[in-house]
Design a protein around this ligand. Structure first.
Ligand code: IMP
Ligand code: MG
Length: 178
């Protein structure tokens, strides 16, 4: 039995079962690619934490985890893309195989900044695994090695994604009413 939808939600895009199935597939792919190595998973607070823990539990290679906190601003013209680190990693990543775990890649500005920053710290490898990809709005072109789902150009919540800090705890991903 599934819980009734919240009033602000228009429809479910991915159910808990679909999310679980897809994460298992992506985790199997990552486990094959990194066989024999130790993986450092880095997630951006707070949205990506839900995806990181679900993914990590399905991986068959040894994993370490660390977290980054960021603040994003719009500049005076309203353009996005100004990002700074508000909470840095606890440990360095030099020589490590790093997988940056993202909840959603939209314009790509956030990810571009993170990749530049992390690349400068000398990891052995640096790749991206995103839960959601809204490719239709991409401005900064970036290599997304792993992706669970492509989504349409609608605002979504759930499984870590928020609207004004709410709805992160939903087990499914849903489109909000406009
Ligand atoms: P980007 O820098 O434009 O790629 O934006 C990525 C960030 O915007 C994500 O990490 C989210 O915090 C936020 N974001 C973008 N689209 C959505 C959405 O549909 N729901 C919730 N947050 C979103
Ligand atoms: Mg995010």
């Amino acid at each position: 039995m599934s819980a009734p939808l919240l009033p602000a939600i228009e429809r479910v895009l991915f159910t808990e079962q679909q999310i679980d199935d897809r994460i298992r597939e992506v985790a199997a792919e990552i486990s094959r690619d990194y066989e024999g190595r130790v993986l450092k998973l880095i997630a951006v607070l707070k949205g990506s934490v839900f995806f990181l823990t679900a993914l990590a539990r399905r991986l068959e290679v040894p994993v370490k985890i660390d977290f980054l906190g960021i603040s994003s601003f719009s500049n005076r013209s309203g353009a996005p893309g100004v990002v700074r680190i508000a909470k840095d990693l606890d440990e360095g990543i030099e020589g490590e195989d790093v997988l940056l775990v993202e909840d959603i890649v939209d314009t790509g500005f956030t990810l571009r900044y993170l990749l530049q920053t992390l690349a400068g710290r000398g990891p052995n490898s640096l790749s991206v695994c995103t839960f959601l990809d809204r490719n239709s709005r991409r401005i900064a072109q970036l290599p997304l090695k792993y992706r669970c789902f492509e989504i349409p150009d609608r605002f979504v919540v759930g499984f870590g994604l928020d609207q004004n800090q709410l709805y992160r705890n939903l087990g499914y991903v849903a489109v909000m009413k406009t």
